[in-house]
Design a protein around this ligand. Structure first.
Ligand SMILES: [Zn+2]
Length: 268
């Protein structure tokens, strides 16, 4: 069974990988990482869990490209036309992979809740960033809401982004409920949905405090990247080690843990 599902997984994720590469959702390294993550989830977690991961992948890809020109003009678009690399795929896919394997080994549905919490956090984070930067007014810093920051600044929050941060994972929770991935109860759907929003919130908090933020020596814009406009950027605040991928991994882990915690509290 595991061997057959692994083969089916390799076939399906390779096809989706080529499609994603052509649509510039991922680069070459991202395809390989994606095939690994997707095949693991299909083999150990099953098709329903994979559908949730695929929803994140394609919806996040769609909104990364949505109004790309407007984002590029604001200087907040993802690089390389929005194609994600292996680091990005693993930062968002490692926790889903591990929870799918853990559910396979132990059963009991706790790890499927954690899985949906993690994927929900990634969806919440990506969509709130990609849609939030289109908010008509500049965001405010989550740790001091009186302070306005430029769009795309780590830790910046806006009404549109915050609404998306809750709406996206709650919608994914409803799909998970409908697919029967999580226990068929509304509280379970709300648990995983809120967990995704909590993960995204933690992402913003770390973004506003520990994450390394740089100033481009060419264009003068704030960036999460060490290189901007083809030149090394100067560290403005935070820690170099806490880059966007590390923050995403922490966010994903938080989403998983929060799903178990909220579900546990509701059933206490
Ligand atoms: Zn620059």
């Amino acid at each position: 069974m595991l061997a057959i599902r692994t083969l089916e997984g390799l076939l399906v994720t390779s096809i989706l990988g080529v499609l994603s590469y052509r649509r510039k959702l991922v680069d070459e390294s991202g395809v390989i990482a994606g095939v690994f993550v997707g095949t693991s989830v299909i083999a150990f977690g099953g098709w329903e869990m994979f559908i949730l991961l695929a929803i994140f992948h394609f919806v996040a890809g769609f909104f990364t490209h949505y109004k790309y020109e407007a984002k590029a003009a604001k200087g907040v678009a993802e690089f390389k036309g929005g194609a994600r690399s292996w680091q990005n795929v693993l930062a968002n896919g490692l926790v889903p992979t591990l929870t799918a394997v853990a559910e396979y080994l132990h059963g009991g549905n706790t790890m499927t809740l954690a899985f949906v919490g993690a994927v929900g956090a990634s969806l919440s984070d990506t969509l709130s960033n990609e849609i939030g930067v289109l908010n008509p007014t500049p965001p405010r810093l989550i740790t001091s809401l009186r302070r306005r920051v430029p769009p795309g600044y780590p830790g910046g929050v806006s009404p549109l982004g915050t609404f998306t941060a809750f709406a996206a994972p709650l919608s994914l929770g409803m799909v998970a409920y409908w697919l029967g991935v999580i226990p068929r109860s509304i509280p379970a759907a709300i648990s995983v949905g809120l967990a995704g929003a909590v993960g995204s919130l933690v992402d913003s908090l770390i973004g506003a405090t520990l994450q390394g933020v740089y100033i481009c020596s060419v264009c003068g814009k704030f960036t999460e990247k060490r290189y901007h406009c083809g030149k090394p950027a100067r560290l403005h605040r935070g820690y170099e080690a806490v880059n966007n991928h590390v923050v995403n991994l922490l966010m994903s882990t938080t989403g998983a843990a929060a799903a178990i915690a909220i579900w546990g509290l509701l059933n206490f």
